[in-house]
Write a protein that binds this ligand. Sequence first.
Ligand SMILES: NC(=O)c1ccc[n+]([C@@H]2O[C@H](COP(=O)([O-])OP(=O)(O)OC[C@H]3O[C@@H](n4cnc5c(N)ncnc54)[C@H](O)[C@@H]3O)[C@@H](O)[C@H]2O)c1
Length: 314
Amino acid sequence: MTILLAGGAGFIGPNLARRLAAAGHELLVVDNFSRGLRANLPDSVPCIEMDLSHTGCVAALESALKGRGVDEIWHLAANSDIPAGVEDANVDLRDTFMTTFHLLQLSKRIGVCRFMFASSSAVYGDWGSQRIAETLGPLMPISNYGAMKLASEAQISAAAEGFLERASIFRFPNVVGTPATHGVLLDFVRKLKQDMSRLEVLGDGTQQKAYLHVSDLVDAMLFATARQTTVRDVLNIGPVDDGVTVRWIAEQVCARVSPQATIAYGQGNKGWVGDVPRFRYAVDKLHALGWQPTMDSRAAVLRSIDEIATQEQV
Ligand SMILES: NC(=O)c1ccc[n+]([C@@H]2O[C@H](COP(=O)([O-])OP(=O)(O)OC[C@H]3O[C@@H](n4cnc5c(N)ncnc54)[C@H](O)[C@@H]3O)[C@@H](O)[C@H]2O)c1
């Protein structure tokens, strides 16, 4: 099977690429390297540098494929800087939505059958301590990132009526591991690397979220796609627990990287505008399929702190 992996040179992409390549699939990664790196991918995986938000990318990709068919598109390209998108709505319109729009145009032009989409818990908005299942609504995102993920989901759903045979929408929690390109763990490790005496935390540290290790995330997606029987599917992917607090994460990062550091907390329970301070995920649908993660939030975070500290050479 030939698979186009969009945004495949970032954090999750290379982990997925390795699993797909090991299963014998032919891969083509497309990335503009705004955050991703060629070096994150094995040399054996072909990679095209292209901005998928540009209108011309559809024709350019069609010509790069030279008539070769694509069976599946896995769409991982997006803006990963939520505050940047709150500051300037163009960022998520461009990198989170237009990339989806163009990849769907390409799918129609060249006859792609299956479309897998990396969506996010951010589509739900802030539901406080209510457990969030796939059936919950109305969905009212509180960031432009969440809004453009939701708009992308809607566009993919419509495409499944028109020309796609299968559409799989995966709503990720916070995903951790390497090669880390963004996120709270990388942020803390890099801050400590700059100043080993002090760690500044955005917000009061009470934010509580579920974390999944990238190896479990990739495993869950492959498990679920192999069992999908409907034309469209929306699936929460996450651990079973209710997550860990930012305060606990800050303490663990300090313990690993700089035990003598003092931790300075900010005000309020949001790290930034658009931050959902607490979400409780319902993953019953995924469990009913027969999938379980190998790590809970605590184990995933502890393993990833170690992996990221090694990546950052601290
Ligand atoms: N990491 C998480 O915790 C998390 C949580 C929820 C959803 N997601 C989603 O999963 C996907 C992958 O996440 P990630 O953590 O690997 O992010 P990432 O930023 O590391 O990877 C995204 C990749 O997309 C590329 N990209 C961005 N804009 C592009 C454009 N216009 N054209 C071509 N390439 C472009 C970047 O260079 C990068 O390599 C994203 O869609 C993200 O929104 C991630």
